[in-house]
Ligand binder design. Structure first.
Ligand code: UDP
Ligand code: MG
Length: 310
């Protein structure tokens, strides 16, 4: 039986109210499991008492390790740093706000011992307001429909356990704007989802702003799909064909009848419509170019200011 080291990676940004409870619940889960574990907190440059608390905890408890960023780099970068520094034979990605119940780790580890490489939580119920739930619902289905070459599971966040061999592949992928749950799916091996109920935050406010969530969604869609580009081409073909027929109709009226087609309004609408399509298309192309630009800069995903216990 495998009973090696398990790393629990926890990205935290101003989570002072959640950390003690998180540790308590993780402990309650890990001790009966009979595994050795390290708990790797990635502090995304918190400005509350989080760094202070983590420091004290790491001094008191050998299993606790801390990485601190030099500034706020965002959740996905924090998860990436955790993946880069985790030592475990299996790594659990766990949010610091207790929306992901640590109790599920027991089931994750069991599946891992059965030989699975990627075990992810599927969010069955969400306790967030309906607008956010709807947006998530649509996003995951759109992502699944458009992602090319990978079967993206719907409603699966970052909460997961990843085996060492799968993790090493994720680590080796050099891309920027990392959409970790997508990369994790991309690597393949044996994957399985476990449904769970997603709770509200234990305390504090969500740290993702609307714009950041939107950017995350863009990363997911544009990094795993070139369908938007194909759609532009298709749109171009359809509009060109339609306008070709329109020209034939106009010529027919002009040459073979006495009717003339009046129209300032129709002209204006068509012009606006085409202008809109062109701007939209440019925007989509711009998204891809922006990503190429990011890649060519080769900047690291994060900068570490301090390491404790590593
Ligand atoms: N987080 C982070 N850096 C950020 C924003 C969030 O490390 O810039 C952490 C946060 O502390 C939490 C996790 O990422 O542990 C998920 O963030 P949040 O709960 O705000 O996202 P949501 O659950 O609303 O998607
Ligand atoms: Mg949360």
């Amino acid at each position: 039986m495998k009973s090696n080291l398990i790393s629990i990676v926890v990205p935290v940004y101003n989570e002072e109210e959640n950390i003690p409870e998180l540790l308590r619940r993780v402990d309650a889960v890990v001790v009966p499991l009979g595994v050795t574990c390290e708990i790797l907190f990635v502090d995304d440059a918190s400005i509350d008492r989080t760094p202070h608390m983590l420091h004290e905890m790491a001094v008191a408890d050998q299993r606790i390790k801390v990485l601190r960023f030099s500034r706020n780099f965002g959740h996905q970068s924090a998860v990436t740093a955790g993946i880069d520094y985790a030592q475990g034979d299996a790594v659990v990605l766990l949010d610091g706000d207790l929306q992901d119940p640590p109790e599920l780790i027991t089931a994750f580890v069991q599946k891992w011992r059965e030989g699975y490489d990627v075990i992810y939580g599927i969010r069955k119920k969400r306790k967030e307001w309906w607008g956010k739930r709807l947006a998530y619902y649509l996003f995951y289905r759109l992502l699944r429909a458009s992602a090319e070459g990978v079967e993206m599971p719907v409603d699966a966040g970052d909460f997961s356990l990843i085996s060492r061999r799968a993790l090493d592949v994720v680590k080796s992928l050099p891309e920027r704007n990392r959409f970790v749950r997508g990369l994790r799916t991309w690597v393949g091996f044996r994957q399985v989802g476990i449904p769970y109920e997603r709770h509200e935050r234990y305390a504090g406010k969500p740290k993702y702003t609307f714009l950041r969530l939107l950017r995350l969604a863009y990363d997911g869609l544009f990094s795993f799909s070139s369908v938007p580009l194909h759609l532009i081409t298709l749109l171009g073909v359809i509009v060109s064909a339609a306008s070709f027929f329109a020209i034939l109709v106009v010529l027919y009226f002009r040459l073979f009848t006495n009717l003339s087609i009046p129209g300032f309004a129709s002209l204006a609408t068509i012009t606006l419509f085409l202008g809109g399509i062109q701007l939209l298309s440019l925007g989509v192309i711009g998204e891809y170019i922006g990503r190429i630009y990011e890649e060519t800069k080769h900047r690291p995903d994060y900068v570490i200011e301090e390491k404790i216990g590593i």
